[in-house]
Design a protein. Sequence first.
Length: 173
Amino acid sequence: MFIGKYRIENWVNGYPSNLIEYLYTPTSKGLRIVNFIFQKIFRINGEQKCMVHFTSIVSGRIEIGKGVAQYIAGSSGCYLQGINGIKIGEYSMIAPGVKIISANHNLKDFGKHDIVNPVIIGKKCWLGTNCVILAGVELGDNVIVGAGSIVTKSFGSNLVLAGNPARIIRENI
């Protein structure tokens, strides 16, 4: 089956790959052009399948759900390090400056990384500006992480987290 001149087989995990992703990610035309130049010509974040903001760094194994690509494309200054893997659920929002770090350096050899579980962000989560999610953390669905928070451990669903280290400040009903 064709969509325009592209075959449906070009879709990856329910998402169109590369060029179609650029055409349908909801961003301004100017940002789309700048992101394209940095990612596809200068090869900054070039290995990523979705559009990445030109000031962000995204590396390693990253899996994103439906509705997340627009935030990765539009949020500046993000750092997503997927050495052990990062999974972000459907319709989760990522604000500017978010850091998700999936691996720590080995204490005996700083050139190596420790193997831990991937970082998993549930569906419909909201990661506030400049929050940090550390290695091995799993957040349930409908979790809001306040701006500037540092999440060092896993939390369940339907919560609002804030602070350093992040703690539950209320249940999100």
